[in-house]
Ligand binder design. Structure first.
Ligand code: IFM
Length: 521
């Protein structure tokens, strides 16, 4: 305190402003729309910024940030899937710290897997400081009823979600040091977990994952949830590919790691084999069954919407009966297709979007962003904008009626994702970042800064007379000696050097975009 006194108010105030300026400079998302939209976006960004310390204190972001006591400060998959991308693209060093929180709790994740009879690592559904499983045994549902909690043992997709965060961070930053020291171990240990958790169905010659809960938590204890199976498959395949890469490029590091975790070559063979045979059901017309037997549930479509255009719970249905219907709590199939956007054709996305939107109640704040981004991709700009406004207003507008219990961290991060992945159209494919903006008519422009592979870019998009004017500026580089970096802007590859700009102009998408059938995995 005395040292602060000595500095004087003016100097302290300036230091405070400088520190905040530094935090805002790459995080501020400018949206030319009505003032309330920009204000909400800034409010959300502010809450994201205050949710993490600016240095590594070995903490992560709880589902309610530090703004309320609901969920007791516990950390869920919300962090890696919904919040982390904001930090990866705006302040990658903070994203690294968030992932280290998980790495430092690998021991507890290994213990959880072992205690449940599996090899490898499986992080708990809810965790806090110790990294032990903090998931409660019972819970008060949003209709006030007390229900047993099954998620701790069954919402196992969290293992893959965390790896998804690790890989996204690595792809976006090329932080090899992180991958070699921490990421690879996490990837291999989760692959081990999946390899132990799947069951081989010898009659059908595929692997399946039984008795799980997918992101849609209405139907519990289901078999072959598409999201979970796809994540497992991807995690296993990625682990095998990473192993090959390390064997070629970093054999000594791989040896050291293999010794540490007693990794055997046969394991990698089995990961590859299993990954090719984990079942994920897609109908011929592209419709994905969320889990085995989902289509046999009672059809129940959303019929009514409230003043915020949020679905109204059907009066004739008890919450406890939702499990017998096709109603979905939050994006599940649609989220998966968003996370692996390059792997599904527009046709498949459209079929599933049209089907699941009529059944999704958006009872969780994690849901809206996936719908907003998918709608944009499909050219449903009006619907997308509606979801965007709901997502940015989730807390300020108290759309879930429980903001007093704390801010919804996933909604904050999800709203940024709508701007980043949706409006700006950021997508990493084959090591290159593509920028492919799409703006709804209501938004006359955006400005967004983002980091990609140690280069900072500024993107400006203006929506003028049905045309998008796009400008990407390569602002700063952490690698002083490189000549430039490749980007793809509106479908065209360009090599940008520091200080250089690329400008494009394209017709704004209006209404539905005709979908073309593409490859499907
Ligand atoms: O992690 C989420 C879950 O997906 C839905 N219920 C709330 C949790 C915390 O936000």
């Amino acid at each position: 305190m005395s040292s602060l006194k000595g500095k004087g108010v003016a100097a302290l105030f300036k230091a405070h402003c400088d520190a905040w300026e530094k935090r805002w400079v790459n995080s501020d998302l400018l949206i030319n729309d009505e003032a309330f939209v920009q204000n909400n976006v800034r409010l959300n960004t502010y809450h994201l910024l205050i949710a993490v310390p600016p240095e590594d204190l070995d903490v992560s972001i709880p589902a309610k940030t530090l703004s309320g006591e609901w969920y007791k400060g516990h950390v869920f998959w919300d962090t890696e899937i919904f919040v982390l991308p904001f930090f990866i693209f705006t302040q990658p060093e903070l994203a690294r710290n968030l992932l280290l929180y998980r790495y430092r709790r690998l021991k507890q994740a290994r213990a959880k897997a072992r205690e449940n009879g599996y090899e490898g690592a499986w992080w708990p559904w809810e965790s806090a400081e110790s990294g032990d499983d903090e998931t409660p045994k019972t819970w008060v549902n949003f209709d006030g009823t007390v229900i047993p909690v099954h998620v701790s043992k069954r919402e196992i997709h969290i293992a893959g979600d965390i790896i998804y965060g690790v890989v996204l961070y690595y792809q976006a930053t090329s932080d090899r040091d992180f991958m070699l020291r921490y990421g690879a171990e996490m990837v291999f240990e989760t692959a081990r977990f999946w390899a132990a958790r799947v069951n081989y169905n010898s009659e059908k010659n595929y692997y399946e994952i039984k008795d799980v809960i997918g992101p849609n938590e209405f139907q519990e204890c289901v078999d072959n949830n598409f999201y979970t199976n796809y994540m497992a498959r991807w995690n296993l395949r990625y682990a095998a590919e990473l192993y090959d890469y390390l064997a070629k490029e970093h054999p000594l590091r791989l040896n050291r790691l293999a010794k540490k975790i007693e990794l055997k070559k046969e394991e990698i063979l089995s990961w590859r084999e299993i990954s090719e045979k984990v079942i994920a059901f897609i109908n011929q017309d592209g419709l994905i069954e969320e889990f085995e037997g989902y289509f046999n549930k009672k059809e129940f479509l959303i019929q009514e919407w409230d003043e915020n255009a949020m679905p109204v719970w059907p009066a004739s249905l008890d919450l406890a009966e939702a499990k017998d219907t096709q109603l979905v709590k939050q994006a599940d199939v649609i989220l998966l297709m968003r996370l692996f956007a390059n792997e599904f054709s527009s046709q498949v996305k459209k079929v599933n979007y049209d089907f699941y939107k009529k059944r999704t109640t958006h009872k969780s704040s994690l849901s809206l962003p996936s719908y907003a981004i998918t709608a944009l991709e499909l050219g449903n700009l009006r619907e997308s904008y509606k979801y965007f406004i709901q997502a940015v207003r989730a807390d300020y507008g108290d759309l879930y009626g429980n903001t007093e219990l704390g801010i919804h961290a996933a909604a904050l991060g999800g709203a940024w994702q709508i701007a980043g992945y949706g409006f700006a159209g950021l997508k990493i494919k084959d090591e290159i970042l593509s920028v492919n903006p799409v703006l709804p008519g209501e938004v006359s422009g955006i400005r967004l800064n983002f980091w990609f592979r140690n280069a900072l870019f500024e993107l400006k998009v203006a929506n003028v007379e049905e045309k998008l004017q796009i400008e990407v500026l390569f602002v700063r580089d952490r690698f002083r000696n490189r000549e430039g970096i490749w980007l793809e802007v509106c479908g065209e590859k360009c090599f940008l050097s520091r200080g250089q700009k690329v400008r494009r102009c394209q017709q704004r998408t209006i209404g539905e975009v005709p979908v073309t059938a593409g490859s499907q995995k």
